[in-house]
Design a binder for this molecule. Structure first.
Ligand code: ADP
Ligand code: MG
Length: 271
């Protein structure tokens, strides 16, 4: 654990610094599979960072490793994940619970897996807001309506008692974004949040995430295949290949002067 005063004595420290991260899974025969290796990057306050790379390159594993939510046999084998100087790779479970949602919010590909079909969306938001310490029930309800309005659910005061299946796929993803925003996180991690949606709705959701970043200053880590959105709304791009970062730079630079052959191929495939 880093002492709190050392954090304030280094004002230029990045919000998130990942250094030499390695993540292993154990294969069925007991051999380790190195899903992520030697991965380093930094994220500044308020920044939008795109993470791109082919399927299996370790994007989701990296995202899940940041708050130690790795599935199955996954474990952090090397490196550190410094959030304001606190190493989450070495944090206690209690310290991690305080970080998840409140400092790092997450949005995944399929909203249905994260929503309980028998609970109204008001109840979903109520539980998240209560977990983040809003004690007064009426205050939680007002804040829930406000959050739903913020993510573009029309007439939220009328819809708040409706259940997940009464919303479209895009609206459900907006509800998940509202839930992620409820903790007022410093970082929003979105892992292919629009892959299950049609093209128009994809654009709307990605635009919403970019707007929220501009308005709230929440840093955004966006794992996506949508290079158009990367070009339009992300400050920096990280290209992953074979479990590590092969390219990291300002968007314009990476898109116009790719240094790694994989990135060049990726760009050639963009219409
Ligand atoms: P991406 O998100 O870029 O498609 P992933 O992070 O999902 O890539 O996968 C990276 C590597 O980790 C792959 O080789 C994948 O098979 C492996 N992996 C991911 N999840 C698991 C798991 N639960 N158990 C074993 N191996 C996994
Ligand atoms: Mg993935």
């Amino acid at each position: 654990m880093t002492a709190p005063d050392s954090a304030s004595s280094r004002p230029h420290r990045e919000l998130l610094e990942v250094r030499d991260l390695g993540v292993d899974f154990t294969g069925p025969d007991g051999t380790p599979l190195h899903a992520v290796r030697g991965l380093s990057f930094t994220l500044r306050r308020g920044e939008t960072l795109a993470v791109v790379g082919e399927s299996g390159s370790g994007k989701s594993t990296t995202a899940l490793a940041l708050t130690r939510m790795l599935p199955g046999t996954g474990r952090i084998a090397t490196g550190s994940v410094l959030l304001d100087g606190q190493d989450l790779a070495a944090a206690t479970d209690e310290e991690l619970r305080a970080v998840r949602g409140a400092r790092i919010g997450m949005i995944f590909q399929d909203p249905m897996t994260a929503l309980n079909p028998v609970l109204s969306i008001g109840r979903h938001l109520d539980e998240v807001l209560r977990a983040h310490g809003t004690r007064d029930r009426a205050a939680r309800r007002a804040r829930a309506v406000d959050l739903l309005d913020r993510v573009g659910i029309p007439e939220p005061h009328r819809r708040i008692d409706d259940h997940p299946h009464q919303f479209s796929g895009g609206q459900r993803q907006r509800i998940l974004i509202a839930m992620a925003l409820a903790g007022e996180p410093d970082i929003l991690l979105a892992d292919e949040p629009t892959t299950a949606l049609d093209a128009t709705v994809q654009e709307q959701i990605l635009t919403l995430l970019a707007d929220l970043n501009r308005e709230t200053g929440t840093a955004l880590v966006l794992i996506t295949h949508n290079m158009g959105v990367v070009a339009r709304s992300c400050d920096r791009v990280l290209v992953m290949y074979g479990g590590t970062v092969v390219e990291d730079g300002p968007t314009a630079e990476v898109l116009t002067r790719p240094r790694h052959p994989y990135t060049a191929g990726l760009l050639a495939a963009v219409p």
